[in-house]
Design a protein around this ligand. Structure first.
Ligand code: SAM
Length: 245
């Protein structure tokens, strides 16, 4: 079996109006190979076929930071970004590759995954990214992290209201949270609005799109922080999922 990622230059161009440079393509390939290797010891991802990896990990990660297909429009030069519950590094590592001028923090509660990510950052020479181990409920109450980020990314970590409770305290006022989802309904929007308003945010946009190869439906929720988040959020470890807002 070949482990060569497809280039997909045309699809990048059509969908995000962007294409990776030769160096970025090489970094995507290195990332893919390191994850396949890491998968032998750690349960990192079920997505291992080249096309699927390209679509569900690389493309999906980067589509989230392209609201209205304006790639990187949500990331200003020098923006500080946190990827909450990054797992094997998604969406944070593709974002760090695509946006070398941003500073990315990859947060996960599992030490083993973070150790693996450190190896990836070294091998890919990604000096704009660093790792952080901990539970986001605790990190969000620490002075050096609270209200410190321009953008928070969060994919496959919990319900939307839990994700909002994790992300909004970490943002500076005016900052943006991007919650990556599969399906999404109007009813869920109403519930989420209630949670988000308690956290000092508003739902700025909800993007629905299909992935370019398998045409799977995805949604990205964009939350803007418009006021200070009350000090009691995020609540203690486990509470955001057990007693959703
Ligand atoms: N974001 C990655 C992706 O989309 O491929 C990984 C998703 S994985 C299903 C969820 C990850 O979130 C796990 O690696 C887990 O350790 C981490 N996680 C879950 N709850 C967390 C919390 N409260 N604080 C920090 N990390 C958490």
């Amino acid at each position: 079996m070949t482990h060569l990622l497809p280039e997909m230059a045309e699809i990048w161009q059509e969908t995000l109006n962007w294409q990776p440079t030769a160096q970025q393509q090489l970094q995507f390939q290195q990332l893919y190979e390191l994850i396949l290797e890491g998968n032998r010891q750690l349960n990192l991802t079920r997505i291992t076929e080249p096309q699927e990896f390209w679509e569900k990990h690389l493309w999906d990660s980067l589509r989230g930071i392209a609201p209205q297909q304006q790639f990187l429009s949500s990331l200003q030069e020098g923006a500080s970004v946190i990827d909450i519950g990054t797992g094997a590094g998604f969406p944070g590592i593709p974002v760090a590759i695509a946006a070398p001028n941003c500073k990315i923090t990859l947060l996960d509660s599992t030490r083993k995954k973070i150790t693996f990510l450190e190896k990836i950052l070294t091998e890919l020479a990604l000096d704009n990214a660093k790792t952080l181990v901990g539970r986001v409920e605790e990190i969000g109450q620490q002075r050096q992290h609270r209200q410190s980020y321009d953008v928070a990314l969060i994919r496959a970590v919990g319900t939307a209201s839990a994700c909002a409770e994790y992300a909004l305290p970490l943002l500076k006022q005016g900052g943006l949270a991007v919650i990556y989802r599969g399906n999404w309904t109007e009813e869920e929007t109403t519930d989420l609005e209630n949670a988000v308003s308690q956290l000092g945010g508003v739902i700025e946009a909800i993007a629905q799109f299909a992935t370019p190869l398998s045409k799977s439906i995805r949604h990205c929720l964009y939350l803007r922080k418009v006021a200070t988040t009350p000090a009691n959020f995020p609540r203690a470890v486990g509470i955001p999922t057990q007693k959703p807002l």
